[in-house]
Write a protein of this length. Structure first.
Length: 128
């Protein structure tokens, strides 16, 4: 292989590796999630509750689901560690697997309004 072609091949290999290794994006988990009208979500009594992307994500990660009665301990620890990683953080880099886990569990846990807000923050391209 000629030196110029070798350098070009190496550059392309490094560029491709950077695409697959780089985190998906930095996400602010302190961001408040709101209803369509921009107002806070409310509880059953009508009292406003502060729901952030982080609190929704943590609740979804740490919840026990009826359709997962035999979830392996390794998966529970993986979810716990992700909850610790995002807890009260404003600039968290997540890879595509972590984002997929959050989207799946938030989708199982919350109403369409919360899911829409959360997915828009986690993976804007998936909401278009």
């Amino acid at each position: 292989m000629r030196p110029k072609a070798y350098v070009s091949s190496c550059f392309h290999a490094v560029a491709i590796m950077a695409i697959f290794i780089a985190p998906a994006m930095a996400i602010d988990f302190t961001m408040p999630l709101t209803q369509l009208d921009g107002k806070p979500f409310t509880d059953e009594s009508g009292k406003a509750i502060e729901l952030t992307l982080g609190s929704a994500s943590e609740n979804a990660l740490l919840k026990v689901y009826q359709d997962e009665p035999n979830l392996a301990g390794e998966e529970k620890v993986k979810r716990y560690l992700l909850a610790v990683k995002i807890h009260d953080k404003t600039n968290v880099d997540l890879n595509s697997d972590e984002i997929s886990i959050l989207k799946k569990l938030i989708g199982k846990s919350y109403s369409a309004a919360v899911v829409g807000e959360a997915w828009t923050a986690l993976d804007p391209a998936s909401v278009k």
